[in-house]
Design a protein around this ligand. Structure first.
Ligand SMILES: [Zn+2]
Ligand SMILES: [Zn+2]
Ligand SMILES: [Zn+2]
Ligand SMILES: [Zn+2]
Length: 277
């Protein structure tokens, strides 16, 4: 008995999934088969509930949800057409092997039980299509009878692929922009190092220039101080010489005054006149 199925629309990362688990996914609800599981003449399996859902929808709203109506049914995996009798999908053979495998699988890995969100409007109805108009995932009944009747819908898997590719593009863009920013940061750090080196060199040049100028100034200072000292010595020498000359003159004058005073005290007229000459 074949368990072959079409996974092209399966919206999960199949590579990471256990092969067995992948074999147990319903092509309609994209969840692990829920019992009862029916097998079509083309050997593809479906949840009976899912098969009934699409059978009822394909029959049109006028048929309602009446069970057990005859009609044509297309396998969602291979498009093979099956003519159903008055029992509808309830007339299809159950695949007990698959049901047993699911039981064992669920016992073995209770944590792997896939959670399946259901419609808030239609209890037990799985979210299995996407309303493009309202941008929300919804159920087929909402599209056929409910609030999304007038809306444009798309298969969940298509929207998933589209969103995923948008996300991938977004990630790629972010990574690329991060790389650009990293390059910019590296450039800035490089510039920073250059500025540091440049300023260091300029500081050194400035210091050298100022040291040279300070040397020149020191030399000049010495020369100018020496010049002042020389001038001081020269002027002092001249002034002392002048001062000594005047002192000599004062001494000579004093001697003359003394002589004159002595002469003026001479009582003898002839002697006075002799001295006074
Ligand atoms: Zn199903
Ligand atoms: Zn098929
Ligand atoms: Zn619904
Ligand atoms: Zn809508």
């Amino acid at each position: 008995m074949s368990l072959k199925m079409d996974y092209s629309s399966f919206p999960r990362d199949c590579h990471t999934m256990d092969t067995l688990e992948r074999q147990l996914i319903c092509p309609i609800c994209l969840e692990m088969f829920s019992k009862p599981v029916v097998i079509l003449p083309c050997q593809h399996n479906l949840c009976r509930k899912c098969a009934n859902d699409i059978f009822q929808v394909s029959c049109g709203p006028s048929r309602g949800t009446t069970l057990g109506s005859s009609g044509r049914f297309r396998c969602p995996s291979c498009r093979h057409e099956v003519v159903l009798d008055r029992h509808g999908v309830y007339g299809l053979q159950r695949n007990l092997l698959v049901e047993n495998i699911i039981d064992i699988y669920k016992q073995e890995s209770p944590l792997l039980k896939p959670e399946c969100p259901t419609c808030e409007e239609h209890e037990d109805e799985k979210i299995n299509i996407y309303c493009v108009t309202c941008r929300v995932p919804t159920c087929s009944l909402c599209k056929v009878f409910g609030e999304h009747q007038a809306c444009r819908v798309a298969p969940l898997s298509d929207v998933y692929e589209q969103h995923k590719s948008e996300l991938t593009d977004g990630i790629r863009t972010l990574v690329a922009s991060n790389e650009r920013i990293q390059a910019l940061i590296a450039e800035l750090q490089n510039t920073c190092r250059n500025v540091e080196d440049n300023c260091k060199a300029r500081k050194q040049t400035l210091c050298e220039k100022f040291e040279r100028m300070a040397g020149i100034l020191e030399e000049r200072k010495e020369i100018m101080l020496q010049r002042v000292s020389y001038e001081q010595a020269e002027k002092t020498r001249q002034l002392r010489a002048l001062s000594e000359a005047y002192e000599a003159r004062v001494e000579a004058t004093s001697k003359l005054v003394n002589t004159a005073l002595q002469a003026s005290e001479e009582p003898q007229v002839p002697l006075f006149l002799q001295v006074g000459r």
